[in-house]
Structure formats: structure tokens, C-alpha cells
Design a protein around this ligand. Structure first.
Ligand code: G
Ligand code: G
Ligand code: MN
Ligand code: NA
Length: 248
């Protein structure tokens, strides 16, 4: 069938879709995980989110898909009371008038601690700067959820959004981290973003950390949290539990 048909039935049956969790660390401690959706397609094999999130957005399936991921993440967070679980949100999800209420209902129904749930949004969510989005973010934060600006620095008005919207954290896009050590401008940008984030009282996370050199630079620059293949790939729920246990 088409991706759309197959996604529809995967959502209806719950077969093939699952969530992997990539650790985020502060120093040696695991402080959180990012929920990343995976789809083991019956014929096509493992399909990446890039291949089906867009389809889900175009076909209106993203609402259900997003709520399913959030529910899984909230349930998983109950197993790991010392860390937070971050969930990616599509800009399309925000356009539903009752978006914040639906998120809060899922958090309540699962029994998740709101302070342990982070929502990762991109500039796409903030485009247009409409009052509805501002209200939704305010409502979610008032309930205790944390908001992270994902892929920070890749949009064309990152700084403007930082001033306009209340967020808790910025995630420096992995494209900047990737060039640390090769391009002096990346080092300057990363240092400046860390300082800017701190001046605004935000937590600063770096994504895509793959080498110890990158980790050392980021630590020296004062980056609060890091995520990337240097620490861990995205793991199954069971493997996260094992890792947390082995690390105390
Ligand atoms: O997991 P990584 O492998 O391939 O993810 C690729 C992209 O898909 C990233 O930009 C990530 O933010 C996005 N993504 C992963 N899981 C989800 C999800 O549950 N919802 C949305 N909207 N995007 C996701
Ligand atoms: O856009 P977002 O930040 O949500 O993207 C998450 C994506 O980044 C996932 O596809 C995940 O697999 C990928 N990712 C996580 N760590 C690394 C890394 O160290 N290097 C690279 N290249 N990608 C990573
Ligand atoms: Mn993300
Ligand atoms: Na990102």
C-alpha cells in the first residue's frame, strides 16, 4: 500500500510503530532522553521519520501519531522517575485549537509528572507568531512542562523567536557541533549561543556530539547538556532502564 494507508493501519493496530530514546547527559549523569519515533514497516523495513512525518503532516495523521508518541513517552517517564523525557512536536500539531488541552489530558491520564516532560519545537511552530501558539506554550509551561527550541540556529530568525516566546531550553543544532575543530566560526557561534542562552536563564543543550574533542569544547564553553552518538544512540525502553541501573 501507500505510506499513508500503511501508516493509517499501523496507527490503528499499533503494529510496527515504536519509540526509541536517546540519552541526554550533563557531565557523567543521564538527565533525560529524547523520544524518537521508529517504524518497522512490514515490507519496506525500517523507515526513518523523515520519510513519514511529512506524509503524516500532509494527511492529517500527525495529530494521532503525535499523541501516540506523547502517550508512549509519558508512560515511559513513569519508569524513569529521575530523568525527563523530551518529545518532538510538529508545527502542524500546534494548529489544532485544542492542542495544549490535548497534551495536558494525555499527561494527566498517564499520570506523568508534567515537570518530567519536555516538548521540543522548531521555528516552524513559531512562524507567524500567532496568539494561539503563544497561548498554547504559556498554558503548557504553566502546567509545568518544559519547552525546548530544537535545531537552534538553523532558522532565519532564531534570535527574534528567543525574545518573543517563553522557552526553557535551546538545543544547538548538530550542524554547528559537527564543524567544531574544523571551522573557527562554528566555535564562535557555539560559544556565543551558550552565553546568550545563559544570559536569558535558559538551559543549553548541544546535539550531535560524536567525538570527545567536541564534548570537551562544549564542556569548556559551559554547555549544560549534550546528546549524540559519542554518548549513545537512541535505545529501546529496556536498554534505557539497563543503562540507568548501571549508572546508578
Ligand atoms: O530519529 P532521527 O532519526 O532520525 O529523526 C529524524 C527527524 O525526525 C528529527 O528531526 C526528529 O526531530 C524527527 N522526529 C523523530 N521522532 C519524531 C516524532 O515523534 N514527532 C515528530 N514530529 N518528529 C519526530
Ligand atoms: O531534529 P532532531 O534534533 O530532533 O533530530 C534528532 C535526530 O538526530 C535523530 O535522527 C537522531 O538519530 C539524530 N542524531 C542523534 N545523535 C546524532 C549524532 O551524534 N550525529 C548525527 N549525525 N545524528 C544524530
Ligand atoms: Mn529533537
Ligand atoms: Na535537532
Amino acid at each position: 500500500g501507500s505510506i499513508e494507508e500503511d501508516l493509517r493501519s499501523a496507527l490503528a493496530t499499533g503494529k510496527g510503530l515504536y519509540v526509541a530514546y536517546q540519552p541526554q547527559v550533563a557531565g557523567r549523569r543521564i538527565v533525560g532522553v529524547e523520544a524518537l519515533i521508529r517504524w518497522q514497516h512490514p515490507e519496506r523495513g525500517l523507515i526513518t521519520p523523515e520519510q513519514f512525518i511529512g506524509v503524516a503532516e500532509e494527511t492529517g495523521l500527525i495529530g494521532r501519531l503525535g499523541e501516540w508518541v506523547l502517550e508512549q513517552a509519558c508512560l515511559a517517564s513513569l519508569l524513569w522517575p529521575k530523568i525527563y523525557v523530551a518529545v518532538n512536536l510538529s508545527a502542524v500539531q500546534f494548529r489544532a485549537a485544542d492542542f495544549a488541552d490535548r497534551v495536558l489530558a494525555i499527561v494527566r491520564e498517564t499520570g506523568a509528572v508534567p515537570q518530567h516532560i519536555q516538548l521540543e519545537i522548531t521555528e516552524g511552530v513559531l512562524l507567524g507568531e500567532d496568539a494561539m501558539v503563544i497561548d498554547a506554550l504559556r498554558k503548557l509551561r504553566a502546567a509545568g512542562l518544559k519547552i525546548a527550541l530544537d535545531d537552534f540556529g538553523t532558522g532565519y530568525s532564531s534570535l527574534r523567536y528567543l525574545r518573543r516566546f517563553e522557552v526553557d531550553k535551546i538545543k544547538i543544532d548538530r550542524s554547528f557541533v559537527k564543524h567544531l575543530g574544523h571551522a573557527a566560526d562554528s566555535a564562535a557561534i557555539v560559544s556565543a549561543v551558550v552565553n546568550l542562552g545563559h544570559a536569558m536563564g535558559l538551559t543549553v543543550t548541544a546535539e550531535g556530539v560524536e567525538t570527545d574533542d567536541q564534548r570537551r569544547f562544549l564542556a569548556k564553553a559551559g554547555c549544560n547538556e549534550m546528546q549524540g552518538f559519542f554518548f549513545s544512540q537512541a535505545l529501546s525502553e529496556g536498554d534505557v532502564a539497563k543503562l540507568l541501573k548501571s549508572r546508578g
